[in-house]
Design a protein around this ligand. Structure first.
Ligand SMILES: NC(=O)c1ccc[n+]([C@@H]2O[C@H](COP(=O)([O-])OP(=O)(O)OC[C@H]3O[C@@H](n4cnc5c(N)ncnc54)[C@H](OP(=O)(O)O)[C@@H]3O)[C@@H](O)[C@H]2O)c1
Length: 215
């Protein structure tokens, strides 16, 4: 049993990770500004803003693993990368692994090929800044952290999110920074993404790595 803090633990991905980890008996803390309408049993919800470094430090210092599922929207549109730099610094200070919910566009179509984000002509313009910002985390910011920080950036399949929640099939495939060739329509449910994500936490096989989960 581990103490797992999920920053943004009430997001679509974050709440699925919280539910999966709590169901496995981990001691889970979810950190966000507001409380969920339907709290998950046996989860400690801590209300706070990620701009409050001392509050962030408190939930990171008390953990064995930190997961984060923030999105560069709203108040975080401009501060997202700085917030993650702070989270990375705090996690490194207490030698706690940092496992981040990433995006599909950060992946590559083939080994060594440019990331999908380099051609966003397929994506609506209002998402471009968000996709670029999330990619900057794994392309620039995380590799630039001290080597003592153990991080994993976990991209989901392209069809993932509250608009396509899917169902729990109890399976997933795992790949590196090259997008898995989809067998089942290029999607993954929130529950199965969380299954893979918590396996990554428990197994500890990936270090300073970009991986992806799909069917
Ligand atoms: N196919 C794909 O590639 C795909 C699809 C969907 C999502 N994603 C990725 O998943 C990640 C999360 O996205 P999402 O859509 O699940 O996010 P979301 O629903 O917008 O949730 C964001 C989470 O962060 C919390 N939060 C926001 N601002 C905060 C602040 N200032 N202080 C503390 N907590 C704050 C929110 O709770 P409060 O508002 O209560 O604070 C919530 O728990 C992103 O990196 C995104 O790229 C990828």
């Amino acid at each position: 049993m581990s103490r797992i803090t999920v920053i943004g633990g009430t997001s679509y991905a974050g709440s699925a990770i919280v539910a999966e980890a709590a169901a496995r008996g981990h001691e889970v803390t979810a950190y966000s500004r507001s409380l969920p309408d339907s709290p998950i049993p046996n989860v400690t919800y801590v209300q706070g803003d990620v701009s409050d470094e001392s509050a962030l430090a408190a939930v990171i210092e008390g953990a064995d693993v930190v997961a984060a599922a923030l999105a560069p929207r709203g108040a975080l549109a401009d501060s997202f990368r700085d917030v993650y730099r702070t989270i990375a610094r705090l996690a490194d200070a207490v030698k706690v692994p940092l496992i981040i919910v990433g995006g599909f566009s950060s992946l590559r179509p083939a080994p060594g090929a440019p990331r999908y984000v380099t051609d966003l002509s397929h994506a609506p313009a209002e998402y471009h800044a968000e996709l670029t910002t999330v990619t900057a985390l794994v392309a620039d910011d995380l590799p630039a952290t001290p080597v003592t920080l153990d991080w994993v950036f976990v991209s989901p399949a392209g069809k993932f999110g509250s608009h396509v929640p899917g169902e729990r099939l109890g399976r997933y495939r795992i790949g590196d920074d090259v997008a898995l060739q989809p067998k089942d329509g290029g999607e993954i449910s929130g529950a199965d993404y969380a299954l893979g994500f918590v396996d990554v936490i428990e197994q500890g096989n990936h270090h300073r790595a970009h991986i992806n989960l799909g069917y």
